[in-house]
Design a protein around this ligand. Structure first.
Ligand SMILES: CC(C)(COP(=O)(O)OP(=O)(O)OC[C@H]1O[C@@H](n2cnc3c(N)ncnc32)[C@H](O)[C@@H]1OP(=O)(O)O)[C@@H](O)C(=O)NCCC(=O)NCCS
Length: 137
């Protein structure tokens, strides 16, 4: 029997797959209401499907012109280290390059597990000029 190949698609994961991928990969779990917004309201998605289920994902929130934020980079633990995260990120960056005018501003918040990947794909720290901040309440 031949193994099912992984397929990279530009459609969002199902809500169930989105919530599962976040929780299973160790990201903060999100509610169904939050997940629905992510699945329906993002500028672009890149998802790797394996046997009909999303096993790796990333998305871009943005204005489609210059400001793009990459979020929800996650690969199921049993599929990590196989190049899927790199594939997803490369695809998202290609989608930005294809659609945006020159010089897009592309940001992300880099949790420790993703830092090597992001650096290897050209991301640099914004400090000291800009510090990432979030509303703490
Ligand atoms: C970050 C993450 C999405 C990477 O996904 P992945 O599918 O394992 O990534 P890849 O297999 O494409 O590996 C990409 C790079 O990550 C780095 N990497 C892989 N395994 C690593 C490990 N155990 N420790 C540190 N870096 C590692 C390497 O630089 C690798 O590049 P290489 O292929 O040239 O060696 C995944 O580790 C994950 O889901 N982590 C938990 C959720 C999370 O913290 N997401 C980041 C939020 S900002």
């Amino acid at each position: 029997m031949t193994a099912t190949p992984d397929e990279l698609v530009g459609t969002p994961p199902t809500l169930a797959d989105y919530l599962h991928l976040r929780a299973a990969s160790g990201l903060t779990p999100r509610s169904e209401a939050q997940g629905r917004g992510a699945v329906t309201g993002s500028w672009r998605w890149s998802v790797v499907q394996h046997e009909g289920r999303a096993v790796a994902m990333g998305r871009v929130i943005g204005d489609g012109a210059w400001y793009f934020h990459i979020a929800d980079m996650a690969t199921l633990p049993e599929h990590q280290g196989r190049g899927l995260g790199r594939r997803v990120l490369a695809d998202l960056l290609a989608q930005i390059d294809d659609a945006a005018p020159p010089d897009p501003y592309v940001t992300l918040m880099a949790d420790a597990p993703g830092r090597r990947l992001y650096e290897s794909m050209g991301f640099v720290e914004t400090a000291p000029r800009s510090l990432g901040m979030r509303l703490a309440r």
